[in-house]
Design a protein around this ligand. Structure first.
Ligand SMILES: [Zn+2]
Ligand SMILES: [Zn+2]
Length: 213
């Protein structure tokens, strides 16, 4: 098994978690032994988030998607943004706020849970009024956390440890874009994302009755 950042290996990760007997949990309550908290920070693409969400639903997995209200890359208030939000809910996933410090502005679209975007250490683990912070001590310790940030596992791909049930519980942060778009490096993957965005924008232009002939 090669630990590539693609949907095939993502499915293998989910299967490994199932074989390890982990159960999918959210940030509603403190993690219990055997819990797998699947966390997705959606930095760039609702389309990538939806693709991952459909795959997870097909595999019986449940995750929490953290969406931005103030992304420069997507608009949650646009019709595709509203459809994405509705579809994530339909598939049974939880939706939290991916926020820029200090704007913890949750509204009815979000569960009361928040993940800061690119947080600084001084507020990263601090509690937040009215919402759970995914990096609070009860949800985070180095032994029970893995992240795929920038196309690299800092402490290794967790599939073997999941299968062997080596983690008491695990918060697993996966950025959908890294797995959905192909590439051997973050740069290649981002260029593939931009290709897909171009096609998407062309479609939006056509839907906006822009003459592209
Ligand atoms: Zn792996
Ligand atoms: Zn982020």
């Amino acid at each position: 098994m090669t630990c590539s950042f693609d949907l095939e290996h993502y499915s293998e990760l989910l299967a490994a978690a199932a074989r390890g007997g982990y159960r999918f949990a959210s940030f509603e309550s403190d993690p219990q032994p055997g819990d797998l908290l699947l966390r997705h920070d959606v930095d760039l693409s609702l389309e990538a988030a939806l693709e991952l969400a459909e795959l997870e639903a097909g595999a019986g997995a449940r995750a929490t998607y953290f969406l931005m209200r103030d992304s420069v890359f997507y608009n949650l208030a646009s019709p595709p943004g509203e459809r994405a939000l509705a579809r994530l809910r339909e598939l049974g996933h939880a939706v939290g706020l991916h926020a820029r410090y200090p704007r913890a502005e949750l509204d009815g679209r979000f569960d009361p849970v928040l993940a800061w975007h690119n947080p600084d250490p001084d507020y990263m683990s601090a509690s937040v009024e009215g919402a759970a912070n995914v990096m609070e001590p009860r949800f985070f310790s180095p032994e029970t956390y893995r992240s795929d940030s920038n196309h690299a596992w800092r402490s290794g791909c967790p599939h073997e440890e999941l299968q062997a049930r080596s983690f008491e519980w695990l918060q697993l942060l996966v950025h959908p874009e890294i797995w959905v778009y192909p590439g051997e490096t973050m740069r290649q993957t981002m260029l593939a994302f931009l290709e897909a965005e171009r096609e998407l924008r062309l479609r939006h232009l056509a839907e906006d009755r822009i003459d592209l002939s």
